[in-house]
Every structure is written in structure tokens, then in C-alpha cells.
Ligand binder design. Structure first.
Ligand SMILES: [Zn+2]
Length: 367
């Protein structure tokens, strides 16, 4: 058989076999936050296939949604839920940032509610738009199109197989749980993700703003705020001053922070600014609602301790490799992981390692 045929058979058989085995990664659940506010979330934020939170705000005459989730199927469930709750249309969909797990459901909202505008920062629009001069399909968010090719899927299968092998070799305490987590993605979720991406048309925002945009809906004020670079330069926060409720982009993720910001120094300042704000509830980009500032302070402490130590390492002239060995976060790590092996695996891969690397890169680049 040709490799493509073998691969397709592999994906199909593994998909059919696995359907009975693992939970659906695109199945959303809903939580009522207030009479007219709902959170859509995918349970278990620590699956290898990540899905962003989405907040539904029902107003006097319309509905505002913060983030579209990462698939047409996820977004479809949210649209169905909205139609069940109200006859009012979604007038504004906000993209907290451009990453696919928050924006690849955009097309479903536009189709279901033809008047719907998608609001974001210009940086997000740029990230989701075709590079200048390109022809054919929209090439924003390149990995979507990689998923549509056999070569792109092969690359990911290979990566996962290598990663599984590495975890086996290292055999850290409780590593079987990590293997199970990665195997679930390899055997089922990767094929489901590809199926979704085959129907995705990257749909960029239609309405952009710089620093602040306020929507007045009856006596409700919905503030859309740029508070500095966070996970991306497009990061937007939604703030309801009366409800004292804040919705976050991926600058704030629970229970394990995403440390891939290319501006880690500014990210820390952004979070410190957020901590000064008056809110009783914060909905992270992923994970559970936080009703106090304890977890936010923990994330700030992690970024601070890494930054301090990387600065010291850079002053001593250390290489990146030496810096990675030099920086110690053990005193904070267990507060994130509670020594759970899967949490520890993602803490190392999503938080510690990328924050050290990117802080080092930013500090050495500016010198
Ligand atoms: Zn995300």
C-alpha cells in the first residue's frame, strides 16, 4: 500500500477502535455563572488536545460571546445552547487572541448569525490573515492547513510516537498516566482534530481596536481591554465592572500556565496590572473559574522567580543550557502540580521550560 493509504487506514481504524475508549475531546459542558452569563468549557483542561473556554453574555437585545473554541463542532454546541437559551442573536464575538483553540469556531457564529462582527486586536487579525501577496486559500494559522495534509499528520504522529518513547525511557514516577494521556491523543483525538480541521476556514476578525472598546448594553457595560502583551500581542480581556467579572486570554491559564509568550517580561507586568483590578471572579483562557487572586499570584510568583534567576544567569554569562539547569522552581512547582505526574509533565513542557527559554532569549536579544 502507498504510505497515504496506510496512514488513512491507520487513522480510520484507530479512530473507530478508540471511539469507545476515550471521552470526546470536543464535547463541551455549560455552567451558569449568573442569570444571563454562561461558561462553555471542555472538561479536563489537561488533555493533549486543548480547547479554550467560551463565555456567553446575554444582553437586553443581543448576545456577546468571548472566544469561539477551537473547532466548528465545539462552536456548534455553543450556538445550539445560545438558541436554546434565547432568541436574541449573537451580535459580537470577541477573539481573546488569535490561537486556533479560541478562533477556529469563528465561521460557525458568522453563519448562524449573519450580522455577527468578530472583534479583536489588529495583531490578532494579522495573525489570522493571509500574508501579503499570498494567493489561494487563506494561509493564516498555518498549522490548520498542515493538518489537512497527510505529511502534516505524519509529522504529528511521529512526534507523538517519539514523545511516548521518551516518557517510557525516562520512566519517571507515575509515568503510565502520562503515556495514557499521550496515547489518547495518538489513538483518537488526533484523527478527530484532523476531521474538524478539514472543515475549518480560518475566519479573521472584522472589527479591530487598539486599547479599549466599551459595549453599552442596557445598563451593562462590557469593557474590552488591552492590558499589555501576554500570551500574544493580541491579548484582549473582557471586564464587567458591575459583576466584577474578568475573562482572560491565555495570559492566564489554569491549572498549568502556558509559558510560550514571546514577551515574557511584559507578560509579567501585564499580570501584575491585572492583579490590581477590582474583580471577584476570573475566567481563565483554559481551566476552572478562579474566585480569588491566589492562583494569579502563584503564576506571577513563578514568572518573577524565573525572571530573577535568568537575569542572574545572563549576568554570569551562562549559556541557555546552563541557565536551564541553574533555574530552580521546585518551591513553586508542587503548588501547581500537587506532584501529580500528568500535571508535572505539562508543567515542565508548557510552563517551566518555555518560560526559561523565552526569558533567556528576550534578555540576551536586548543586550
Ligand atoms: Zn488557548
Amino acid at each position: 500500500m502507498r504510505p497515504i493509504v496506510i496512514l488513512t487506514v491507520f487513522l480510520l481504524t484507530s479512530f473507530l477502535a478508540a471511539q469507545r475508549k476515550y471521552p470526546d475531546p470536543y464535547k463541551f459542558e455549560f455552567k451558569k455563572i449568573a442569570d444571563d452569563i454562561y461558561l462553555a468549557y471542555r472538561p479536563n483542561p489537561l488533555k493533549a488536545l486543548v480547547e479554550g473556554n467560551s463565555t456567553i453574555i446575554i444582553n437586553d437585545r443581543d448576545v456577546v460571546v468571548f472566544d469561539a473554541t477551537g473547532s466548528p463542532r465545539g462552536a456548534g454546541q455553543i450556538v445550539d445552547k445560545i438558541k436554546e437559551l434565547t432568541e436574541k442573536p449573537v451580535r459580537y464575538l470577541i477573539n481573546s487572541h488569535g490561537h486556533g483553540d479560541h478562533t477556529l469556531g469563528n465561521q460557525v457564529f458568522v453563519k448562524a448569525f449573519p450580522g455577527c462582527e468578530i472583534i479583536a486586536r489588529e495583531e490578532t487579525r494579522k495573525y489570522m490573515s493571509a500574508p501579503e501577496g499570498s494567493t489561494g486559500k487563506n494561509r493564516g494559522i498555518a498549522y490548520v492547513y498542515e493538518f489537512q495534509t497527510e505529511a502534516g499528520i505524519e509529522k504529528r504522529i511521529k512526534y507523538l510516537q517519539d514523545e511516548i518513547e521518551k516518557v517510557k525511557q525516562e520512566a519517571k514516577p507515575g509515568y503510565q498516566a502520562i503515556l495514557d494521556n499521550l496515547t489518547e491523543y495518538l489513538e483518537q483525538d488526533l484523527a478527530l482534530r484532523r476531521k474538524e480541521y478539514l472543515s475549518v476556514e480560518v475566519t479573521p476578525p472584522t472589527f479591530t481596536f487598539e486599547n479599549q472598546l466599551t459595549l453599552h448594553r442596557g445598563d451593562r457595560e462590557i469593557q474590552l481591554l488591552y492590558l499589555g502583551k501576554g500570551d500574544t500581542p493580541g491579548d484582549v480581556w473582557l471586564y464587567l465592572p458591575r459583576k466584577k467579572m474578568l475573562c482572560s486570554p491565555d495570559a492566564f491559564v489554569h491549572p498549568i500556565p502556558y509559558g510560550f509568550s514571546r514577551n515574557p517580561l511584559e507578560w509579567l507586568e501585564t499580570l501584575k496590572g491585572v492583579r490590581e483590578m477590582d474583580f471577584d471572579m476570573i475566567i481563565p483562557g483554559h481551566g476552572e473559574i478562579q474566585y480569588d487572586k491566589a492562583y494569579l499570584s502563584l503564576v506571577i510568583a513563578l514568572l518573577e522567580t524565573i525572571q530573577d534567576q535568568v537575569k542572574e544567569a545572563v549576568q554570569k554569562g551562562m549559556s541557555l543550557e546552563a541557565t536551564e539547569a541553574f533555574v530552580k522552581v521546585d518551591h513553586l512547582q508542587h503548588k501547581f502540580t500537587q506532584n501529580d505526574p500528568v500535571k508535572t509533565y505539562y508543567f515542565e513542557g508548557y510552563s517551566k521550560s518555555p518560560v526559561i527559554q523565552r526569558t533567556y532569549n528576550e534578555l540576551t536579544k536586548s543586550e
